[in-house]
Write a protein that binds this ligand. Sequence first.
Ligand SMILES: NC(=O)C1=CN([C@@H]2O[C@H](COP(=O)(O)OP(=O)(O)OC[C@H]3O[C@@H](n4cnc5c(N)ncnc54)[C@H](O)[C@@H]3O)[C@@H](O)[C@H]2O)C=CC1
Ligand SMILES: O=C(O)[C@@H]1CCC=N1
Length: 261
Amino acid sequence: MKIGIIGATGWLGSALGRGLLDKGTAPGDLVLLNRSGPRADYHGRRVTWAADAAALAAQADVIVVSVRPGDWPALALHSPGRLVISFMAGVDCSGLAACGGRIVRAMPNAAAEIAASYSPWFAAPGVTDHDRQTVTRILSAIGTSDELTQEGQLDLMTALPGSGAAYPALMAEAMLAVARAHGLPEPVALRAVEAAVCGGARMLEGQVGRAGELLAAYHDYRGTTDAGLNAAEAAGFRDAIRLALEAATDKARAMARPPLA
Ligand SMILES: NC(=O)C1=CN([C@@H]2O[C@H](COP(=O)(O)OP(=O)(O)OC[C@H]3O[C@@H](n4cnc5c(N)ncnc54)[C@H](O)[C@@H]3O)[C@@H](O)[C@H]2O)C=CC1
Ligand SMILES: O=C(O)[C@@H]1CCC=N1
């Protein structure tokens, strides 16, 4: 089975290409397209590069579209009979239908880089059981996935797992600002924030449903972290997160279904 990736050297497309090669896809089974042209070395392998979208569609059984949403219309992909997996935020199945393929929308995140993406996906009518197995196999190259039952759920998925490292990065920046304002030497500030953001997050891995219990354990000390958490709550920390996810979800929805002029 030949897998085509359009946007193969972009953030997600490159992560998928590397993941597939690392997990055993033969370089000859990848057909790639990007804007800047063929590369002799693609993650240490020689792969096939297509001249344009039509050439890629002619060679690939499955086509992953990983260009930015604004680049989709000009791509003018025509791929009847192909399974088309779109990574694009805010381009819905009706917007993808013009390509003529069997459509799946998947929402990976930047952790695809480290094969730790969670990539929920939705299949439009016409997608077969065999296609579903293919989608699961391809996405397993960059992490885990689940099939969603409603396309509308992808808007929240775009806002939530799709945000990848964005909110941890925001928290890290905010904490670094405090550490720097206290005059900590930079290496110490970096290690301190990494401990709080990355070390702390690692403790939640596989048990995020127990976050409330963990918070209760910290509150129970009635000590420093309790004081800090209470101040964060009073300043609207939860509301800030809720508003952020709502704004991003609304944006995904509006991109897919712009208001009529
Ligand atoms: N980066 C992220 O964390 C996430 C991105 N997405 C979605 O994935 C898609 C790709 O995002 P990124 O990889 O971050 O973008 P990116 O900007 O890193 O990569 C897009 C690639 O598409 C290429 N491209 C654009 N027009 C093309 C054309 N006509 N033919 C061939 N290649 C073309 C560009 O040269 C670029 O390499 C976007 O639609 C985005 O909404 C979804 C979830 C998370
Ligand atoms: O910010 C964006 O629009 C892309 C899609 C989801 C995550 N990143």
